[in-house]
Write a protein of this length. Structure first.
Length: 349
């Protein structure tokens, strides 16, 4: 069966909940990566998360009721679904999660040419509202026609940067009267990490639209067997250890960052600032070796020590054969000082 069936269920749950409540902000909860991101890094806004399971979980619970508890496998482009499967509130719903990449690899191992197989329709029909869930804006498109949405600004946040910016604005109180469709992957699920091909996100989006164009907008006779689709979201943040300024200063110094000008805040390590990285090291969540500049300086320092203490004469030149390094052994061999030959051609010798 197609999980678009579960997506329509979730879309209806969203609509009914918004109609019967009066929050300033609503955040969709179809993306497991977004859900965990909010709970870990923006716990103060968990109260705005729509309290329902994802389409995958909703669909699997219907399947279990409908077919008397079969073995349920979900196949999709999302690696976050593997973690969602293990959540204590939903661990009974799914037996296995495979990505499209894993499925493709499995088919190759079994010698099955997917393109040579005859296409078949799914056992259960899904509506347009469900089929357009996978791309950015798809969830909200199913909500825009609802009367209860008129007083809200409907916005779509996809990708880590846009999600972080949106959640920061909600946390500060800048954003009000909004319904946020949040996807951690750019473009929505069609931009998932386990759907690797040469197509761009917009090409994938157009293909999904083309696939869904003949579907009816909504299927009204779905049987969902009086199933509970509620899910609770709560604070999962790591409590800060509150290191002192001296602790942070010592950690920064151990990485060769003795002043603010040494703090490049380049973000290569995954943290926005060097101080954030130092706090992560203090908490045992990071290592100094994750700093590119630190490792480069360390490697250069080790090279310098080796060159300085070598018994062999070592001369380093640039692409124009100009002398750039001249170790003590070379000074003894050629009876000259480095200062006297720096930036001179090697042809002097």
């Amino acid at each position: 069966e197609e999980t678009a069936f579960g997506a329509e269920i979730v879309s209806n749950l969203y609509s009914n909940y918004i109609k019967s409540s009066s929050e300033d902000v609503y955040i969709t909860t179809a993306c497991p990566s977004v859900n965990l991101f909010i709970q870990k890094y923006f716990p103060s806004i968990t109260k705005f998360m729509l309290p329902f399971v994802s389409p995958m979980i909703a669909h699997s619970r219907v399947i279990r009721k409908k077919y008397n508890n079969p073995f349920v496998v979900f196949i999709g482009p999302c690696i976050g679904k593997k973690l969602e499967k293990e959540d204590f509130q939903t661990e009974d719903a799914i037996d296995a999660v495979l990505t499209f990449d894993e499925m493709t690899h499995w088919l190759k191992e079994e010698g099955i040419d997917f393109n040579s197989l005859e296409p078949e329709s799914f056992d259960t029909d899904a509506s347009l509202r469900g089929k357009i869930f996978p791309f950015s804006g798809g969830i909200l498109k199913g909500l825009k026609n609802q009367d209860c949405m008129n007083e809200y600004e409907i916005i779509s946040a996809d990708g880590e940067e846009m999600c972080r910016d949106t959640f920061t604005s909600i946390e500060s109180g800048e954003l009000k009267k909004v319904i946020v469709e949040a996807n951690f992957c750019k473009g929505g699920c069609v931009g998932g990490p386990c759907l690797r091909n040469n197509q761009g996100i917009f090409t994938k989006k157009l293909e999904v639209k083309d696939y869904a164009k003949d579907a009816v907008y909504e299927i009204s006779d779905k049987k969902i067997f009086d199933i509970d689709f509620t899910k609770y979201y709560f604070d999962r943040s790591l409590k800060p250890l509150n290191p002192s300024e001296e602790d942070i200063k010592n950690i920064l110094s151990s990485m060769g960052k003795f002043s603010e000008k040494d703090e490049l805040n380049c973000g290569v390590c995954g943290y926005n600032t060097c101080k954030e990285k130092a706090m992560a090291i203090y908490a045992g969540m990071a290592e100094p070796s994750m700093c590119l500049k630190y490792m480069r300086d360390k490697a250069e320092s080790m090279s310098n020590i080796t060159i300085e203490n070598s018994l062999n004469g070592i001369i380093m030149i640039d692409e124009d054969t100009m002398i750039k390094e001249f170790n003590p052994a070379a000074e003894m061999i050629f009876n000259c000082k480095f200062e006297d030959v720096r930036d001179n051609p090697i042809s002097l010798f």
